[in-house]
Design a protein around this ligand. Structure first.
Ligand code: 0A1
Ligand code: ZN
Length: 856
């Protein structure tokens, strides 16, 4: 599909320009006659004017208009205007009462490589309408505040024909679906193909039976049960924890191989990237299982937070996404353990959102302008959006939070809402003023929180100072309202002041604790109570103390992480190290009472990217090769210092029971693999090789492979893995990724070049493209080679993908988001690649906006 060059110059959309749509859409009838090259869409839209005189504008892109009739009268071509972006009927031809507009349009799903609107994947029809894909299906007011009831018919020779809502008629080649719940067009979905169902039933809390189905390609049926059970667990959890019941008689999930994102919450018909549905012990890792469960839950939870209550406009995206991510995080915590879930979430937040917030792409969770909304499905909107909900929960407490949510559902069911509506329910239900808190939504940037402490006459004082650096377009940074959870420990490790939430609202603020016999050790920002960068000069003995004694598991882990970070940064800067980190890890390895999954998280060293970020935050210029060296050396030293203990754990954690992805088994497995990654650096690959040969599940097989790749000893294992799995697209994605992301940096680019010539590198499939490119960009020192050759290779591929799939090309351009961190030479090389992309004639609006923002 040719890119729309005029769109490249389009002016940004602005939040302040929001105006309600001048018509109500009372009902929608859609008739689809499917054909790969000429699908016909007949749309009947029943409108009611809300304003006396208004033109009717319908969005529409890349559509062939076959006919148009107003209240049954065929319109002549002079009576309406057609443009590249839509269809307008002037006010003077519209009646001042209710009217119906009927259009017939033609589209070609088989030619739709952008995977937005109606497209084809392996001969199956499917749709992706969020955010603005429905306008590629028919002319329509494609904005989330226009909600309507849909009645859909599908005619086609596929055995399975699905849409939203409840099925009211079904015969050979024909199906009719009615969705009783008004919805915006972005939640519309249609699927047609030769599909098989793995089915179940769920009885809701009021006793209604819901048919549940996971639809997949023939041959994949035996990999669906985990997803189906995860769906049932999610449905029950939303009833028990939020009081939310499912509201249709059927819930369908479909797995598709070609999908731009993870999954989509279309009403009653969730569409998933097959990667996040299909699971079997032989093909999916423990991490995959946990993620599948989390994504199934996320999409299901959208039924209330997103669908029943939706967003007024796309600026409010974090209203549904932040809340729904928060809900899926709570769910996974309940299913699998809160401590490790919180650590995983904070690792992801720092790795993606803090990184985004520190560079040219920094934006508020609720942005106030954009050119292409698809570029705002970001870690800031999702993960930081979830942190903000978490802070509200912490400030109001569990009962206050639940009361606010009850009010939200009661007050706004069936509406399209804003962040203001959302905060108002918290204000009204708690009586608190959240005007300063609102800055978290409207302002970009990660605040830095500096802490000093003092102790005198039994009084301990914590003094905090907050500061947020300027971000693009926001020079001034008003003060934030920051919840800081704190506990104090005495020298025996007893908690002398239990966890309490301090509320910081000033630039500098002190909090005192009196009646203490001795100077306490503070545990600050427990459970990571706010998304800030905490700066505190804690010495290594205090960190080691917290790692052993803190009651708050997050801060225990955080202390270990801070020790590792100190050690790594010291090494990169050529300073003398000490044994504190190694000793602390030794103590943890010996502590059999500690949760194995927690111990695994502590043993995993900080990523090279996060070390680079930490150096940059300290005002240093990160050197990727030196960082790689330092991290490798620390891993080797750790392995050498504790080789006997590590070997013992490796032996002891060997599973004896048949595979299960439950935390009881996944935890010890994670520890075993963390230990393997260390031992592998000093045992010549002996253990990893043996495990690779004997493994009966993908977690161990892939874990062993990943360890072998680290030292570049993977040639035969890679070949064997490819031979075994070449017919399995999901497993092959892993194969592409791991050999680039984990290999020694000097091998990365050459491997990537070779892999692009592999017949299995089907680059138009988003999962495959992402696996290879994210593999390369995830190899920090390999991507940031000093000669800039990886940058060039990567940019060439973005340019190649852009005309085919602009959305994915734009998302993948974020590999360059840290370009300002590095030395002059690397900066220049990245900048010139970005300029080369920006100058490409016919560049998509998606990639054009990204390169312009990246260049600043
Ligand atoms: N709303 C989905 C994510 C999603 C967003 C955009 C898409 O296409 C541009 C597709 C899916 C979710 O939060 O899961
Ligand atoms: Zn979502």
């Amino acid at each position: 599909m040719p890119a729309d060059t005029t769109a490249t110059q389009a002016l940004p959309k602005r939040l302040i320009d929001y105006r309600p749509y001048p018509f109500t859409l009372k009902s929608v009838g859609l008739d689809f006659t499917l054909d790969p090259d000429a699908t016909e869409v007949r749309a009947r839209l029943a409108f009611s004017p809300r304003e006396a005189v208004a033109a009717l504008h319908l969005d529409g892109e890349e559509l062939e208009l076959v006919s148009i009739a107003l209240d049954g009268r065929e319109l002549a071509s002079g009576e309406y205007q057609l443009s590249k972006t839509g269809l307008t009927l002037p006010a003077d031809i519209l009646p001042a009462r209710d009217f119906t507009l009927e259009t017939v349009t033609r589209i070609a799903p088989s030619k739709n490589t952008a995977l937005e609107g109606l497209y084809m994947s392996n001969g199956m029809y499917c749709t992706q309408c969020e955010a603005e894909g429905f306008r590629k299906i028919t002319f329509y007011p494609d904005r989330p505040d226009v909600m309507a009831r849909f009645h859909v018919t599908i005619t086609g020779d596929q055995p399975v024909l699905l849409s939203n809502g409840d099925l009211v008629a079904n015969r050979d080649g024909y199906a009719e679906w009615v969705d009783p719940w008004p919805k915006p067009a972005y939640l519309f979905a249609l699927v047609a193909g030769d599909l098989r169902a793995h089915s179940g039933t769920f009885t809701t809390m009021s006793g209604r039976e819901v048919a549940t189905n996971i639809w997949v390609r023939p041959g994949d049926e035996d990999r669906c049960d985990f997803a189906l059970q995860a769906l049932h667990r999610s449905m029950r959890w939303d009833e028990e924890v939020y009081g939310r019941e499912y509201d249709l008689d059927i819930f369908n999930i479909v797995a598709v191989d070609d999908f731009n994102m993870g999954a989509m919450e279309n009403k009653g018909l969730n569409i998933f990237n097959s990667k996040w549905v299909l699971a079997s012990p032989e093909t999916a890792t423990d991490a995959d299982y946990e993620r599948i469960e989390g994504i199934i839950a996320h999409e299901y939870f959208h039924n209330w937070t997103g669908n029943r209550i939706t967003c007024r406009d796309w600026f409010q995206l974090c209203l549904k996404e932040g809340l729904t991510v928060y809900r899926d995080q709570q769910f996974t915590g309940d299913m699998r353990g809160h401590a490790t879930k919180r650590i995983d979430d904070v690792l992801a937040l720092r790795g993606r959102q803090f990184r985004e917030d520190r560079g040219p792409l920094s934006h508020p969770p609720r942005p106030d302008h954009y050119r292409e909304i698809n570029n705002f499905y970001t870690a800031t909107v999702y993960e930081k959006g979830a942190e903000i909900v978490g802070m509200l929960h912490r400030l109001l407490g569990p009962d206050g939070y639940r009361a606010a949510l009850d009010l939200y559902f009661e007050r706004h069911d069936g509406q399209a809402c804003t962040i203001e509506d959302w905060l108002k329910v918290f204000e009204d239900s708690s009586g608190r003023d959240l005007s300063q808190f609102k800055r978290w939504y409207t302002d970009a940037g990660t605040p830095t929180l500096r802490v000093r402490d003092s102790f005198k006459d039994g009084v301990y004082t914590l003094e905090f100072e907050q500061e947020t650096r300027p971000t693009p377009g926001q020079e001034e940074k008003p003060l934030r309202h920051i919840p800081i959870e704190v506990g104090l420990l005495n020298e025996n490790g007893d908690e002398v002041v239990p966890s309490t939430v301090l509320e910081m609202t000033e630039a500098r603020q002190s909090f005192t604790f009196d009646g203490l016999a001795t100077r306490p050790v503070p545990s600050i920002l427990r459970d990571f109570s706010a998304p800030v960068r905490l700066e505190r000069d804690a010495d290594t003995s205090e960190l080691a103390f917290l790692l052993t004694h803190d009651r708050d598991p997050f801060n225990r882990w955080e202390a270990g992480r801070a020790l590792a970070q100190k050690m790594l940064i010291g090494r990169v800067l050529g300073q003398e190290g000490d044994r504190s980190f190694s000793d602390a890890m030794g103590a943890l390895l010996r502590d059999e009472s500690a949760d194995p999954a927690f111990r695994a998280l502590c043993l995993n060293l900080p990523s090279e990217d996060s070390i680079a970020q930490a150096l940059y935050d300290q005002g240093e210029t990160p050197d990727p090769a030196a960082i790689h060296e330092a991290r490798e050396a620390l891993a080797r030293d750790l392995a050498t210092a504790h080789k006997t203990l590590l070997a013992e754990i490796f032996t002891k954690t060997e599973a004896t029971a048949p595979y299960s992805s439950d935390p009881e088994q996944a935890g010890p497995r994670a520890l075993r693999l963390a230990v393997l990654r260390l031992l592998n650096r000093i045992d010549g690959g002996a253990r990893a090789g043996a495990l690779f040969a004997s493994a009966e599940n993908m977690t161990e097989s892939f874990g062993a492979l990943a360890a072998l790749v680290q030292t570049g000893q993977d040639a035969s294992a890679m070949a064997e893995f490819r031979d075994r799995w070449q017919g399995d697209r999901l497993v092959m994605d892993k194969w592409f990724l791991v050999q680039l992301a984990n290999c020694p940096p000097e091998m990365a680019l050459e491997r990537a070049e070779t892999l692009t010539g592999d017949p299995l590198f089907t680059w138009k499939t988003p999962n495959r493209f992402r696996a290879l490119m994210a593999g390369l960009s995830g190899n920090h020192a390999g991507f940031h080679r000093a000669d800039g050759a990886s940058y060039r290779f990567y940019a060439d591929w973005l340019l190649k993908l852009d005309p085919v799939n602009p959305q994915v090309a734009a998302r993948m351009s974020t590999a360059f988001e840290t370009w300002t961190r590095y030395d002059e030479g690397r900066r220049e090389k990245m900048r010139s690649e970005l300029e080369r992309i920006a100058a490409q004639p016919g560049l998509s609006r998606d990639l054009s906006e990204m390169t312009q923002r990246l260049l600043g």
